[in-house]
Design a binder for this molecule. Structure first.
Ligand SMILES: [Zn+2]
Length: 451
């Protein structure tokens, strides 16, 4: 498609460049020009489809670096519980009854919600199933995704087969929309030996299916709560000398292609290890608050030069896929707990949700900013609203005042996925009906204990 978005405020996220009355030119999947509207309209002939973005702001699509997309079926199923009880008594038992179709439908719902809220890339960790799965759901909605398969010590063989199948069938597939990842669940559910094996397997899969430009990455929960060293000791009889990140480093599994979700209970040495190895953090402030997991030392990580991106976590620990909420909470939380209003500026937060998100997923050569040569992943946000008026600073509004429902049009890989708040790829109402039906059947199976 050839498309010109013009007359809007373009926040490029490249060197702080904001173009008022700016334009973005898209040809095929890519951004081919960015500049002032007058200059662009002179330069490009008629024939390009045009979107008038007057009164609107154009940003790179938001990047959610920690999701469990299929879990939207469990949204509101179990709330107000501590992490371990929530997982062991509620989430894991019902998940045991989820079918491949449930996983597909749950991910479809999350993809729809994400698209409507301006999120164009989602990093999701869940169970891979061959026929219907999260990757298919994201492709059907037209979003970009890194889709993983979550691994546990108790099912090594099954995991390895699933990872091989996932990488073979989905890595860098669907016009490059999908990449895959290897996802050890956490250091307390994956034993040290298996952790190393999964690192080796990731290397092998990269040799077969990955490339320097499009690598298969690692996605793991790390230091979500402060009792994680104790949980590791109980599970594997391993006494940690330092923090959990130091422990993972001692296994030789950390490098710049690791996305560590949560990073709440980190020691100073853990942060030094992250910097040294180039480990990327996914900060999930809403999930951490809801599960009372603690507060991630984000200002310290940023000070040390660690890449910090943002994630929602699952739709039942958040309970939405709304990255605008995450941005606002991230900006507020660290100011409040540190009693320092200068910490984590709006500009830093928007950077975390775009540029740093792309970097966290090792996808920054293609996404995260509006610049020539990058993929056209864009969100256009309507600013003619009482809560976004008057405009002193667009970035401030995006973080502190805008809502996911202000997103009007979303473009992914050069294709319009949402136009004037209408999905172009799937029917949102149909997806919601499918989700209600899947939820009802899932509860019936749980009740009668049928798998
Ligand atoms: Zn998670």
């Amino acid at each position: 498609m050839e498309l010109i978005i013009h007359s809007g405020t373009v926040i490029t996220m490249k060197d702080g460049r904001v173009i008022r009355d700016g334009a973005v030119v898209v040809e095929g999947q890519a951004i081919v020009d960015v500049g002032e509207t007058s200059e662009i309209l002179r330069k490009y002939p008629r024939g390009y489809e045009r979107i008038n973005a007057r009164g609107k702001v154009v940003v790179p699509g938001l990047i959610n670096t920690h999701q469990h997309a299929a879990m939207s079926l469990l949204r509101g199923y179990a709330d107000d519980l501590p992490l371990q009880e929530w997982l062991e008594k509620w989430i894991w038992p019902i998940e045991g009854h989820m079918t491949a179709h449930d996983i597909y439908v749950g991910a479809l719902l999350t993809a729809v919600e994400s698209a409507l809220g301006g999120t164009t890339t989602v990093n999701t960790m869940y169970h891979y199933t061959p026929d219907e799965n999260e990757a298919k759901a994201f492709v059907d909605v037209g979003l970009r995704a890194v889709v993983g398969h979550v691994c546990f010590s108790w099912r090594k063989e099954g995991d390895k087969n699933a990872l091989e199948d996932l990488a073979k069938n989905w890595h860098n597939k669907a016009d490059g929309l999908v990449r895959v990842s290897v996802d050890p669940h956490a250091p307390y559910t994956v034993d040290p030996e298996y952790m190393r094996e999964l690192k080796e397997l990731c290397g092998e899969l990269n040799e077969k299916y990955g490339s320097e430009k499009a690598p298969i990455i690692w996605h793991v929960h790390v230091a979500e709560t402060s009792d994680e060293p104790e949980k590791i000791r109980r599970a594997f009889n391993k006494n940690l000398k330092g923090g959990v990140m130091e422990y993972l480093d001692s296994l030789g599994v950390l490098d710049s292609r690791v996305v560590a979700a949560h990073c709440v209970a980190l020691t100073d040495n853990d942060i030094a290890v992250m910097k040294l190895r180039g480990v990327k953090a996914s900060h999930n402030p809403i999930s951490n608050l809801k599960l009372a997991s603690g507060i991630s030392p984000v200002p310290k990580m940023l000070e040390q030069g660690v890449t910090v991106s943002l994630g929602t976590d699952s739709p039942c620990s958040n309970n939405s896929a709304d990255m605008f909420e995450v941005m606002k909470v991230a900006a507020l939380l660290h100011k409040g707990v540190n009693r320092n209003p200068t910490l984590i500026s709006a500009a830093q937060v928007l950077n975390m949700a775009t540029v740093e998100g792309a970097r966290a997923l090792s996808w920054d050569s293609e996404i995260g900013s509006i610049e020539v040569g990058k993929k056209a992943d864009l969100a256009i946000i309507g600013f003619v609203k009482p809560h976004l008026c008057p405009v002193h600073n667009e970035v401030s509004h995006l973080v502190y005042a805008a809502k996911a429902t202000d997103v009007e049009t979303v473009i992914v890989n050069g294709k319009i996925v949402v136009e004037n708040r209408q999905l172009k790829t799937v029917k949102g109402e149909r997806v919601m009906k499918m989700a209600e039906k899947a939820k009802t059947r899932l509860l019936e199976r749980l009740k009668s204990n049928v798998k």
